[in-house]
Design a protein around this ligand. Structure first.
Ligand code: NAP
Length: 485
């Protein structure tokens, strides 16, 4: 089936967990920005739902405060905010009780697109799905949106999929991985498949290795007890880094169609080889100068959960045999940065041996944050007299600069993804089998270190991670890129 992007006039969007942190920080500010872009028509209704006893006016007030806090001043316009708030309603419902459901049933119109965003703890997904069906609120063409984490291992992900499948078809389910909503991530597909330039070189013959880095400067802070049950492997690698790896490694889909794209990503996940103990380094940030270390934040002084992980991963197929993918992600690192770097091999023969200069391989860097963009490092002759000396220069494309005003106004991942839900386009959402395949690869890696009783290594806050992570790549004669903004 070939998907079409259908313009939508009227829709009802119910945000369960409308009073929660995610709704305040991302969902409502994102919807407001889409309103400014003209994508939330007057006939649209956005309905906040949670247990708190609020009326429309007080809920609107809290949304206005969220906009004040999380939308930049340039976009805060009193008249526009008022117009946006007029589309918002509130209903008090309990996912596990009967209160509010009959009222919600009267609010969701039968003749418009309806979507239900479950921005609540995953333990409530089943209760919400059941009641949406029981009260005849969700129809066969309604959409539901579910947040991460989607399970904590294969068994729990399967159980969650089964719970949702009991009430909804797969084509109705939108599993959010907000990395897929990032402009650069989608651009990765455009760069690969809308240009002839890169694809002939995009394989083990020409690519020496790939590095994927997602570095944060913050610690786990107030999320310590949640994070301690998860760790970097479950919280970041199984979903976000895995999705990035898929988009780099996948074959060209036959069409930019949700299932065609997801079929190709699934093949990559299934081709991932198991990771042995020598190819994993885990770490925990230490305390420093009065700032808490991971063990203080996690509250369990004996915790073995990792706040950092580096892995060397192989994709066992014809295209990638022999090209390692180095993945790393962690908290309390030197800088906040996310990037993918594709390092190409050396030319087969150098004609410039005696020319000197600073010779390096070509590297294509795709920056997710900060300053989304791409950068291709190429060798040129150093300008001026003095013979043939080579120097590496960047061909740099910052989206904000290259695309002028449009580039500076890159939508946040959440706002893009929510509008895709309304339009009925699942391309940027994970399919159930993809999530299960990702856990099927992740589980044995975690089980391996648990069985061995491995302890994470300490690393200094503000560093680039544990010492052994350097060795992981050094022993292959390569080095990590600097973690810098
Ligand atoms: P939160 O701040 O704890 O909010 C939870 C929301 O659920 C509140 O609105 C709460 O409102 C509502 N709720 C709780 N029990 C309910 C019940 N029985 N019936 C109806 N509503 C109920 O959580 P959050 O941080 O927004 O996270 C929401 C989801 O997004 C979670 O799945 C989380 O893993 C995911 N997520 C969050 C973030 C983030 O940055 N926050 C990032 C990625 C994923 P009442 O107490 O008024 O009922």
């Amino acid at each position: 089936m070939v998907s079409r992007v259908i313009p939508v006039d009227r829709f009802d969007l119910v945000i369960f967990g409308g009073t929660g942190d995610l709704a305040r920080r991302k969902i409502f500010p994102g919807l407001y920005r889409r309103f400014l872009a003209g994508q939330i028509p007057a006939e649209a209704r956005i309905i906040g739902a949670a247990r708190s006893d609020l009326d429309d006016a007080s809920f609107r007030q809290s949304v206005a405060e969220a906009i004040d806090e999380f939308v930049g001043p340039a976009k805060r316009d009193a008249a526009a905010i008022q117009g946006f708030l007029e589309r918002i309603r509130y209903v008090a419902v309990d996912a596990r009780g009967e209160e509010g459901w009959a009222q919600l049933a009267t609010m969701v119109r039968p003749d418009v697109v309806s979507a239900f965003y479950m921005s609540v703890a995953p333990a409530l997904f089943g209760d919400l799905a059941e009641r949406l069906k029981l009260h005849g609120i969700a129809r066969a063409d309604s959409r539901i949106v579910v947040e991460k984490p989607f399970g904590r291992d294969l068994d729990s992900a399967r159980a969650l999929n089964a719970t949702l499948a009991a009430h909804f078809d797969e084509r109705q389910i939108y599993r959010i991985d907000h990395y897929l909503g990032k402009e650069t991530v989608q651009n990765l597909m455009a760069v690969r498949f809308a240009n002839i330039l890169f694809e002939p070189l995009w394989n083990a013959q020409y690519v020496d290795h790939v590095q994927i880095t997602v570095a944060e400067t913050v610690g786990v802070g107030g999320r310590g007890s949640y994070y301690d049950r998860s760790g970097a492997m479950r919280d970041m690698v199984q979903n976000h880094l895995m999705q990035l790896l898929c988009l780099i490694a996948m074959e060209a889909p036959y069409h930019f169609d949700p299932d065609a794209v997801r079929d190709e990503k699934l093949k990559v996940i299934r081709a991932l080889q198991p990771v042995g103990p020598d190819d994993i380094v885990r770490g925990q940030y230490r305390a420093r100068g009065g700032e808490p270390g991971y063990l203080d934040d996690a509250e369990n002084p004996a915790s073995r959960t990792e706040s950092y992980i580096a892995l060397k991963v192989h994709v066992a197929n014809w295209r990638w045999k022999g090209t390692p993918f180095y993945l790393r992600t962690g908290k309390r690192l030197r800088a906040r940065t996310s990037e993918i770097a594709i390092t190409f091999k050396e030319p087969p023969h150098s004609i410039f041996d005696e020319a000197g200069g600073d010779w390096r391989e070509n590297v294509l860097v795709i920056r997710l944050q900060p300053n989304e963009g791409m950068n291709l490092r190429v060798m040129i002759k150093e300008p001026g007299p003095g013979g043939m000396r080579l120097v590496q220069v960047p061909l740099d494309m910052s989206f904000a600069e290259a695309l002028g005003e449009d580039g500076a106004d890159i939508p946040d991942a959440y706002e893009r993804l929510i509008m895709d839900v309304i339009r009925g386009n699942q391309t940027l959402f994970m399919r159930g089998d993809e999530v299960e395949a990702a856990w099927a690869w992740t589980d044995p890696v975690i089980a391996g270190w648990e069985a061995r009783g491995d302890r994470p290594q300490g690393y200094d806050p503000g560093s680039s991670g544990p010492e052994d992570a350097l060795m992981l790549i050094h022993r292959d004669g390569r080095r990590w890129r600097e973690i810098q903004e």
